[in-house]
Write a protein that binds this ligand. Structure first.
Ligand SMILES: [Ca+2]
Ligand SMILES: [Ca+2]
Length: 427
């Protein structure tokens, strides 16, 4: 076992609470542990979750003004153990090493960003979204989807009209007008470097955002919920890594500002119980959490990845299929994957690939990162028809509406927007 991981377990073992080994979503049945990527662990960085209010002396370490999680940076394990964990043991729920997660697309992109041989947009038809729009008379109106990812090109002509803005913040004046702790968070925020810049190095998040809420474009392209708004919350940096703590604070922001769906096209080989608690809390507050199953081609029951294997009523884990209607070989599968959605040769928006290229680029990518926003978009369409539904209601509708066909996932099916809409209307 890697030293840092061993330390992590020792650190946790000081606390009497919640000390189950990281497992899959089935409480009490500890599964085998997936391959450890110890380089993802951030040395000398720890997350501590408090049972109640954060003690005053650690106020400045809170992930956000409203958070009950503090981040201890540049702190040695022994110092944390002796000076914090022992002293405050009755007030601490969990303590763990912080680590990075990564986007879930497939590299190299076999069909990636080829401007000559772009795929046609087969996904919207495959999920029967146009039929669902017609039946419901809604396309995501008044629903905000938080894309917690690598940012997005908010100036892309097929996206710019659908970018959520913070009404209480004046952009670009270097003032935190709404006093929420984030300066100029007008079009979302970049939690990886604490700036308002969400647009740089954002190919992954721009592609995901287009699948959710892109406007009609070439080759049959359309977003699944083109009337929904995208809240661009960046936590994955230009190196393709984002920390668990930054993900948590971005998701807390999403819920606070009214997002009903969180698209999480990312994951990793390490588990965080603090992240699990955060997702559980969000879903109980009505936020649908949609998560990529990952691209290892494994049965997640045998080789878990996180947060894909966490199970809550308001959470969906998504596999990917291609136009040939079988689960893609890269897609994870098994009982911990709820549904499949189009994820191979998927056309969507990307930022200009070079300074000389115009805005408005499209490209094809594949991965469960791409199938996940199809499900987020469907959740937004269903919520626009019935805004008072709980996260559990939305997830149940999506699961119940699948077209079954041996996809190797828990429901055996791929999403079908028309059938979910018919169930919603009692048809
Ligand atoms: Ca602000
Ligand atoms: Ca401002």
């Amino acid at each position: 076992m890697d030293a840092t991981l061993r330390n992590s377990l020792l650190l946790s073992s000081l606390l009497s609470l919640s000390l189950a080994a990281c497992s899959t979503g089935n409480r009490g049945s500890v599964s085998s542990v997936g391959p450890m990527c110890a380089e993802q662990v951030l040395p000398n960085r720890f997350l501590v979750q408090w049972a109640g209010a954060v003690p005053k002396e650690f106020e400045s370490l809170k992930l956000s003004p409203d958070s009950r999680v503090t981040r201890f940076s540049q702190v040695e394990k022994q110092i944390l153990e002796n000076d914090v964990l022992k002293k405050y043991s009755d007030q601490i729920r969990k303590a763990e090493h912080e680590f990075n997660v990564a986007p879930e697309d497939v590299f190299p992109h076999a069909d990636g960003c080829d401007t000559v041989r772009l795929p046609t947009a087969w996904g919207p038809g495959d999920v029967k979204i146009q039929d669902a729009w017609s039946l419901l008379g809604k396309k995501g109106e008044a629903v905000t989807v938080a894309v917690v990812d690598s940012g997005a090109d908010t100036n892309h002509p097929l996206l710019s009209s659908q970018i959520w803005t913070n009404p209480d913040e004046i952009p670009n004046n270097a003032v935190d007008d709404d006093r929420n702790g984030y300066v100029d968070d007008y079009k979302g925020f970049n939690f990886s470097n604490m700036t308002p810049d969400v647009s740089s190095s954002s190919t992954h998040g721009t592609h995901v955002s287009g699948i959710v809420a892109g406007q009609s474009g070439p080759l049959g392209f359309t977003g699944i919920a083109p009337k929904s708004k995208i809240m661009v919350l960046k936590f994955i940096d230009s190196d393709g890594k984002g920390s668990v703590g930054d993900a948590i604070v971005a998701m807390e922001y999403a819920q606070k500002y009214g997002a009903r769906v969180i698209n999480a096209s990312w994951g990793g080989d390490l588990c965080s119980q603090i992240l699990e608690d955060s997702i559980a809390s969000l879903t109980s507050l009505g936020v649908v959490f949609v998560n990529a199953s990952g691209n290892s081609g494994h049965d997640l029951a045998k080789m878990p990845e996180w947060p894909a294997v966490y199970r809550f009523g308001g959470k969906l884990t998504v596999g990917a299929h291609g136009i040939g209607q079988t689960l893609s070989s890269f897609s994870n599968y098994g009982q911990y994957v709820d549904v499949s959605a189009p994820g191979d040769a998927i056309l969507s928006t990307v930022p200009p690939q070079s300074p000389t290229q115009p805005q408005g680029q499209m490209c094809g990518l594949r991965g469960t990162s791409m199938s996940t926003p199809f499900v987020s978009g469907l959740a937004a369409v269903l919520l626009s028809a019935r805004p008072l539904m709980s996260a559990v209601d939305v997830v149940n509708l999506i699961n119940a509406g699948v077209s079954t066909g041996g996809f190797g996932v828990r429901t055996q099916g791929k999403i079908n927007a028309l059938q979910s809409a018919q169930i919603l209307l009692g048809n």
